[in-house]
Design a protein around this ligand. Structure first.
Ligand SMILES: [Zn+2]
Length: 190
């Protein structure tokens, strides 16, 4: 199948993930946010480094393990200094590092993530005259759970209800996997 236009985007989180977990302070499931602070524990020549998360309601903390009983000489001096100084940028980087959450078996709130769409490329095929269709591929490496009509509305500059109508009419069709969302827009719209 040929497409007149193919556009590719990458969906990237723009702030730290929120963790969903049972809070022993509140006695119920709660949202934990990145405090932007690190905690370091030195024991002989071994170091533990954590990123501190905090319950939104009661401020009970939850520490995400970055390093566990790591030889202090194996941690770069620059990184160590940034941990000590609670470097905000570094805390943000760890807060968006999905592997860190997986390693800590922390449940990420993937439904409430602020993200941006970065356009990777756009190609127009003048020879594709039989199928005047646009194919939009969105790479979702962080498996964010964003509603398709919201994404479509954002990319095509529509309202959510307009996007919903076009989906209902099958002018727009969607195929998604965990890491990819493919949106097909037929010529009736373009
Ligand atoms: Zn709490």
């Amino acid at each position: 199948m040929s497409y007149l236009k193919t556009i590719e985007y990458r969906m990237i989180p723009t702030q730290s993930y929120t963790i969903l977990r049972n809070c022993s302070g509140c006695g119920q499931k709660s949202s934990f946010k990145n405090t932007g602070k690190f905690r370091i524990n030195a024991n002989g020549n071994k170091l533990d480094v954590w990123l501190v998360y905090q319950c939104e309601k009661c401020r009970h903390t939850f520490n995400l393990t970055i390093y566990e009983r790591r030889k202090n000489t194996s941690i770069p001096t620059d990184a160590y200094r940034r941990f000590l100084g609670n470097d905000e940028q570094l805390a943000e980087e760890y807060g968006r590092n999905l592997q860190l959450f997986q390693k800590n078996k922390a449940e990420v709130d993937t439904k409430n993530v602020n993200y941006k769409l970065v356009k990777l490329q756009e190609t127009i095929d003048e020879t594709a005259c039989d199928n005047q269709t646009t194919l939009i591929t969105i790479h979702n490496p962080y498996s964010l759970k964003i509603r398709s009509e919201k994404l479509i509305a954002q990319i095509l500059g529509l309202s959510s209800s307009q996007a919903k109508k076009l989906i209902a009419k099958e002018t727009i069709t969607i195929k998604s996997t965990i890491q990819f969302i493919r949106i097909f827009v037929s010529d009736q719209f373009v």
